[in-house]
Design a protein around this ligand. Structure first.
Ligand SMILES: [Zn+2]
Length: 144
C-alpha cells in the first residue's frame, strides 16, 4: 500500500510551502482579526475574504490522540500515535500531527512543533513534549 501523502489544494498550498520553510503560521482575517486554521477562502466569523498570514509560536497542548494501526504516513511503522493539538496562541484551532515523544502522549501536556522533512517535496509538522519529564502523570485519561 502506498503511504498517504498530504495533497495541497487551493487553500492549503501556501501553508504547506510555509511549513517547508519551517514557518508556523495561521490565517488572520483582515476585517475582524480572527485567526483560523486550517486555511480556507473566507472568514467563518465575518464572511469576508481578505486575510494575511500570521506567524505564531509553534506550541500547544495535547487535546487528544489516536493510535494508528495502518502506515498512512511516510516512514511510519504501525502502531503510532497521531495527536490533536490545541494551539496556545489560537485556542480555537486544532492541528494534527505525528507524535515524536519517547512515551505515549498525555492529555493536556504542553508540546512544541517539530518540522520533519520527509523528502524534497514534503515537510510535515510533528509534535514532541515540551519537557521530556511527564509533569502531570495523574492526568493521562484520553478523550479518544
Ligand atoms: Zn473575519
Amino acid at each position: 500500500m502506498a503511504a498517504y501523502r498530504p495533497e495541497p489544494d487551493r487553500d492549503s498550498r501556501a501553508w504547506w510551502e510555509r511549513v517547508a520553510r519551517r514557518e508556523f503560521a495561521v490565517q488572520e482575517c483582515e476585517s475582524c482579526g480572527t485567526l483560523r486554521f486550517p486555511p480556507r477562502a473566507f472568514c467563518a466569523a465575518c464572511r469576508t475574504e481578505g486575510w494575511r498570514w500570521r506567524e505564531i509560536a509553534p506550541e500547544g497542548a495535547i487535546e487528544s490522540w489516536i493510535v494508528s494501526h495502518r502506515s498512512f504516513a511516510p516512514g511510519r511503522h504501525d502502531p503510532y500515535p497521531v495527536v490533536m493539538v490545541r494551539l496556545t496562541a489560537v485556542p480555537g484551532c486544532l492541528v494534527y500531527g505525528n507524535w515524536r515523544g519517547e512515551r505515549p502522549p498525555e492529555a493536556g501536556e504542553p508540546v512544541r512543533a517539530v518540522f520533519t522533512q520527509v523528502d524534497a517535496e514534503l515537510t510535515l509538522i510533528d509534535w514532541m513534549p515540551e519537557s521530556s519529564t511527564p509533569a502531570r502523570s495523574g492526568e493521562n485519561q484520553a478523550n479518544c
